[in-house]
Design a protein around this ligand. Structure first.
Ligand SMILES: Cc1ncc(COP(=O)(O)O)c(C=O)c1O
Length: 476
């Protein structure tokens, strides 16, 4: 693209956007079981979109210039605190930013002799590794139980050192949708004088409604002794447009540690509650309107349908020969893998087969002894299509069995493992991928089984190097 010489009409631009989006996965309808959260109620999304648009050009940079931002944020954060055990909070752009602020607050709350450290279960979201990377912390991995996939309290105890500034637990963790033993872990952290963050990015605005709808959900929020901060994404089960999350702190002094101010220049004074400085108030408006449009009743109803769909899905999957549900997820996230016996299937091929049939089921690589699997996020809209989803999964299993496991050209894994990526430019990397049948420039319905199988065979640091190169190539 180059900048057009003359401005173009809005109609023309919208037509072009429609063309650009042609190969995108649909954001509504429930056939995409990751990334998007659909209430199944178009009027709610419409209200959010209109409020987003109203607030679009308001800059949250200066709360004294735009008092609407302060009022809206207090209302949204207040509602989250009311549901999740109190505290004071910050409205952020997403789970990663909420986690970043929680880690910064913990780091700046405590002097350590050595490099500050964080105890992080292997199932916790990479946002913690990203925060550690950006903020200069070291991560101590905490193992999970191989059957329940819940973080091991003994592992947390063992991981705490005198330089530990934060212990992390998830409610639930994304990969298997299970809730870590929050009370036990927070108790251990408190006994050692270490703050404990509960990552409820997925569960914060979901688990309370599931509980009210009849699910057995243990306490997980700021009311649990020892829990010092919590993240809750509104652009997940709050069903708000993207760019909406809240991080809560039990102690207001800790929230101040998340803030940043600078008067060290001759320009305007900078006071930031978030990593971003200038930013649109659109996402805040969208989240505020979604809360208002759904209300308690709306969220409870979504909780009921989500719970019913998640149960139906789990039971249905368990009946399909060759598949097994991983763990016993209390939330609306369901992961399933191959039974690994004669009936077993290659889950990466299964995912490709489902995609051919119009459904996106998210593949997850094996890690820390947890086998490769497929992850489904059940949302408010899932219930009406859950039978169709189960049929597609069963068909995809059959097709995957017929096709057999992804066939890797001999020596490919060793070749990729040994690649000197620094000596390879983006074009050469693209050609190499094409030579083994992977079209990195393609769109539409990519066959990912071979790519996933190669990545699956590599250690994490090698996977990361390849993924970064992949990103660089697709943006070339
Ligand atoms: C448990 C958990 N924490 C944090 C995040 C990061 O959220 P975001 O993608 O909004 O930055 C996710 C995203 O899936 C998540 O599942």
């Amino acid at each position: 693209m180059s900048l057009p010489d003359k401005g173009r009409s809005t109609e023309e631009l919208l037509a072009e956007i429609a063309r650009l989006k042609r190969d995108d996965l649909p954001v509504r309808g429930g056939k995409v079981t990751a990334y998007v959260y659909d209430t199944g109620r178009p009027e709610v999304h419409e209200a959010a979109a209109r409020a987003y648009f109203e607030m679009l050009e308001v800059n949250t940079l200066d709360p004294t210039a735009f008092p609407s931002v302060v009022e809206m944020e207090k209302q949204v954060v207040g509602a989250v605190a009311e549901l999740l055990g109190g505290g004071s909070g910050v409205f952020t752009s997403g789970g990663t930013e909420s986690v970043m602020l929680a880690v910064k607050a913990a780091r700046d709350s405590r002097e350590t002799g050595g490099r500050p450290r964080m105890a992080v279960p292997v199932t916790a979201h990479p946002a913690f590794h990203k925060a550690a990377h950006y903020l200069g912390l070291a991560v101590d991995a905490v193992p999970v139980d191989p059957v329940t996939f819940r973080a091991s309290p003994g592992g947390v105890e063992a991981a705490i050192t005198e330089d530990t500034v934060l212990v992390v637990a998830s409610a639930p963790s994304y990969p298997q949708g299970v809730i870590d033993p929050i009370a036990e872990i927070a108790g251990i952290a408190a006994a050692r004088g270490v703050p404990c963050h509960v990552d409820a990015c997925v569960g914060g605005w979901l688990l309370p409604w599931l509980r009210e709808a009849g699910a057995d959900i243990p306490p997980f929020d700021l009311s649990v002794p020892g829990v010092t901060s919590l993240s809750c994404d509104l652009h997940k089960f709050g069903y708000a447009p993207k760019g909406a999350s809240v991080v809560l702190f039990a102690d207001p002094a800790m929230r101040r540690r998340a803030y940043f101010a600078s008067a060290s220049w001759p320009g305007y004074t900078v006071i930031n509650a978030t990593v971003q400085s200038s930013k649109s108030a659109g996402p805040l408006g969208g989240a505020w309107a979604t809360f208002q449009a759904l209300g308690r009743e709306g969220y409870l109803e979504l909780g009921r349908t989500t719970l019913a769909a998640a149960r139906e899905l789990r039971e249905g999957i368990a009946k399909i020969p060759g598949l097994r549900v991983l763990g016993d997820p209390e939330s609306a996230l369901v992961a399933f893998g191959s039974t690994g016996d004669d009936d077993g299937v290659d889950v990466f091929v299964l995912s490709d087969e489902a995609r051919k049939r119009g459904w996106f089921l998210q593949p997850q690589l094996s890690y820390a002894g947890i086998p490769a699997n497929i992850h489904i996020t059940v949302t408010g809209v899932t219930l009406r299509g859950v039978e169709a989803m189960l049929e597609v999964i069963a068909e995809a299993v059959e097709a995957a069995r017929e096709r057999g496991p992804a066939e890797l050209p001999e020596g490919l894994v060793e070749l990729v493992a040994g690649l000197d990526l620094d000596a390879l430019d983006d074009a050469a990397f693209g050609e190499l991928a094409a030579a083994v049948g992977v079209d990195l420039g393609g769109s539409g319905q990519p066959e990912m089984a071979v790519v996933n199988a190669v990545l699956d065979a590599l250690p994490a640091d090698r996977r990361e190097a390849i993924l970064i190169r992949f990103l660089s190539v697709i943006y070339a």
